[in-house]
Write a protein that binds this ligand. Structure first.
Ligand code: HEC
Length: 115
């Protein structure tokens, strides 16, 4: 009898914690809104090779260099990763140049969160 009461308590506590999960995440995760809106994900996957480097590779290349990533999005910094397809990405930079400073910062934080 006591055992089943304990089991029910453990199960309820687990269910409660699981239900909190999405809210906890929403608070800590950086928004991917700009990344999605500009369709950057067609070429950049979190850790699977696409047409461009993975988000993880980019995040690792830019450790401690968020400012430089923001400048890259303004077209003012040369790329750190050379895939031989610089022109492909340069076309995309016309989109990031049109963003507000705030949006470019958010985009950089989002990508850097993949490390
Ligand atoms: C058509 C495919 C494609 C799309 C869409 C695309 N990229 Fe890229 N991206 C690439 C390729 C290819 C490279 C590698 C360029 C190189 O070798 O210089 C790259 C490189 C990058 C890099 C690394 C720069 C560096 O310093 O090495 C970042 C950051 C990046 N892309 C962000 C974005 C963002 C943000 C978007 C959405 C606005 C985007 N990409 C959309 C193909 C794409």
């Amino acid at each position: 009898m006591q055992r089943s009461v304990l089991a029910i308590a453990v199960i309820s506590a687990t269910v409660y914690l699981l239900s909190l999960g999405p809210h906890l995440w929403a608070g800590s995760a950086v928004s991917d809104a700009t990344f999605q809106a500009l369709s950057c994900g067609t070429c950049h996957k979190p850790d699977k090779k696409g047409s461009g480097p993975t988000l993880q590779e980019i995040a690792r290349a830019y450790v401690g260099k968020q400012e430089q990533l923001v400048r890259y999005f303004m077209g003012e910094s040369i790329p750190l990763i050379d895939t031989g397809k610089r022109k492909t990405m340069e076309r995309q930079l016309s989109k990031t140049r049109e963003l507000s400073d705030e949006e470019r910062k958010d985009l950089a934080s989002y990508i850097l969160s993949f490390r």
